[in-house]
Design a protein around this ligand. Structure first.
Ligand SMILES: [Zn+2]
Length: 278
C-alpha cells in the first residue's frame, strides 16, 4: 500500500557517528521537502547537504537498500538553493518512486514531531532528545513525548449490490468516497465506526470486516479501513460534515478517489467481491 513502509527499509534510531556521503537526506523547511529541480525530483545526499551548507535538527530514520537515511529540519527562513526546490509532500505523488514517497512521509512525521515539541507541553521547559529511543524528554519534569500517530477509521457500507458513498464539500467536484473519521479517546476502531456512521449519515451497520491500513502523513494519521453491512435506519446526511451521501449501485458509481488511495482500493475490492458473488 502506498505510503506504508517499503520492504527494503530497516528502521533505526541510533545515527552512525560518520554519515557516508551517499546518505539519503529528507530535508524539511516547515512542511516542504528539498528536492533536486529536475523532471524526476530526487532527495539530496549528505554530500549535497555539505555542499549546500544546510544543517539543522537531525534524526536518523534507518537504512534503505543498505543506505542510511536521515531527516533534517532547517530554519523557516532557509533559502532555496540554486537547482533545488522546496516542495509539498502531496506534490510528489507519482513524481518520485513509491518507496521514496513512503520514506518521505515517515521523515515528515518525525520532522513535524521535532518541530512541534521543542518545549515541554506540561511545564514549558526546552526539551531534549531522549537517548536510545525516539522521544523528547523534559529535563525539568520528566514528561516524554513520542511521535504522534492518530488512528482514523474508514468504512465502506454495503447494502446488497449498493455502496454508501458520501462527499465532503472539500472533495473535488462530483467525487464520492467511503466514510471516514478520527478515533476518539476511549473508543475501539469498531466503536468509532458505529458512532461515525450514525453521526454522519444516520444509519446502523453490522458485520464489520477489516480490510487494510495505510499510513497517511497529513499530518500523522493511520487510516484503518473496514467494510460493513447496512443494518437499519433512514439515511440522513449530517449537514455539518457531509455535502451529500447516496446509495450507489456498483454498476453506476460516481467519480471515485484516485487509484493510489486506500479509499479507492477499498471500493475496488468491494465492487469485485460483490460482482463475483452475484
Ligand atoms: Zn516539563
Amino acid at each position: 500500500m502506498l505510503l506504508n513502509t517499503p520492504p527494503e527499509f530497516q528502521p533505526g534510531i541510533a545515527c552512525p557517528a560518520d554519515l557516508a556521503s551517499e546518505t539519503l537526506c529528507f530535508v524539511w523547511r516547515d512542511d516542504m521537502v528539498l528536492v533536486r529541480a529536475a523532471a524526476s525530483p530526487a532527495m539530496p545526499t549528505f554530500a549535497d547537504l555539505m555542499r549546500l551548507g544546510l544543517d539543522g535538527a537531525r534524526h536518523y530514520l534507518g537504512r534503505y537498500h543498505g543506505i542510511d537515511c536521515i531527516t533534517l529540519r532547517v530554519p523557516t527562513d532557509a533559502p532555496e538553493p540554486e537547482g533545488w526546490q522546496w516542495r509539498g509532500l502531496r506534490s510528489l505523488f507519482l513524481q518520485v518512486p513509491d518507496p521514496l514517497l513512503a520514506l518521505a512521509g515517515r521523515a515528515f512525521q518525525i520532522a513535524e514531531w521535532d518541530r512541534s515539541h521543542q518545549f515541554c507541553g506540561r511545564c514549558g521547559t526546552p526539551t531534549r532528545d531522549k537517548a536510545g529511543e525516539r522521544g523528547k524528554e523534559c529535563p525539568t519534569c520528566g514528561h516524554v513525548v513520542y511521535p504522534r500517530v492518530s488512528p482514523a477509521m474508514m468504512v465502506l457500507v454495503t447494502r446488497g449490490r449498493e455502496l454508501l458513498l458520501a462527499r465532503a464539500s472539500r472533495f473535488p467536484s462530483g467525487m464520492y468516497s467511503a466514510l471516514a473519521g478520527f478515533v476518539e479517546p476511549g473508543e475501539s476502531i469498531e466503536d468509532c465506526i458505529h458512532r461515525e456512521v450514525r453521526e454522519e449519515v444516520g444509519v446502523e451497520v453490522a458485520n464489520l470486516q477489516y480490510f487494510a491500513s495505510q499510513s497517511w502523513a497529513f499530518p500523522h494519521s493511520l487510516m484503518i479501513a473496514y467494510t460493513a453491512e447496512y443494518a437499519g435506519g433512514e439515511m440522513r446526511p449530517c449537514e455539518d460534515e457531509i455535502a451529500d451521501a447516496q446509495w450507489f449501485s456498483i454498476d453506476a458509481l460516481p467519480r471515485l478517489p484516485v487509484p493510489v488511495s486506500i479509499a479507492r482500493k477499498l471500493i475496488d475490492a468491494t465492487v469485485a467481491r460483490l460482482t463475483a458473488s452475484t
